[in-house]
Design a protein around this ligand. Sequence first.
Ligand code: HEM
Length: 209
Amino acid sequence: MTDNVTACRVAKPDIATRLRRETRDAHCRIEAVMSDLLFTAPLDLQAYQHMLQLHRSYYELVETRLGQFQSTAAMMQERAKLSWLDSDIDYVERKTQQPVAHSGSYTSAALALPDNEALAWGFLYVFEGATLGGAHILDKLRHQPHFKGRSGLRFFHSYGPNTPMMWRGFQLSLQHFVAANPGSEKQIIHGANLSFSNMYTLMKGVQVD
Ligand code: HEM
């Protein structure tokens, strides 16, 4: 009995638990900045448009990197999100009649990108986890008059009803990666925090009128 209790106390938390725990502060910061932008009624459509464009620039950079490592490239085959952002950008551009300038050079110069596979898994965690928050964001935004159905909200709809299944699939694959690469946890968590920090830097720059 005592041995079991002791074993429980010393059991190491798994990668999913560690990621959630060790990126909690970073998630709170990005959630706060995104909430200010998205949930202040009425929604500032130009700020939303700017947010989409910055997301697009960032996702393009990171998805390209994820495509350069074997295991993350395999994951990306069914997890690419650029087309979702493109369809929202097109919709909002038609609404505002104002294209937003591309900000690719700014993002690539200022941001840290993953240069090894373990870091890349941390970046992937942030993109996959964001689909969970996406459902909550969608619920709040779809009542705004700018949007109809899913138009303009494709990115936050993400995997739709498949989101929990995709999340479980991601976590399982992450566990396999860690099992095959002992000692990679620290780099994965570092990668996740780097990506949160990149996104925070980008989103802080979005002006809300
Ligand atoms: C207004 C903005 C946001 C809200 C309200 C929000 C909300 C949430 C919620 C409620 C969850 C837990 C979902 C569940 O367990 O079913 C979650 C998880 C998560 N979110 Fe967000 N989120 C926001 C923005 C973001 C952004 C911008 C990112 C990153 C780009 C992000 C990354 C994550 C990650 C990685 C998780 C998974 C945490 C875990 O390991 O369980 N979130 N979010």
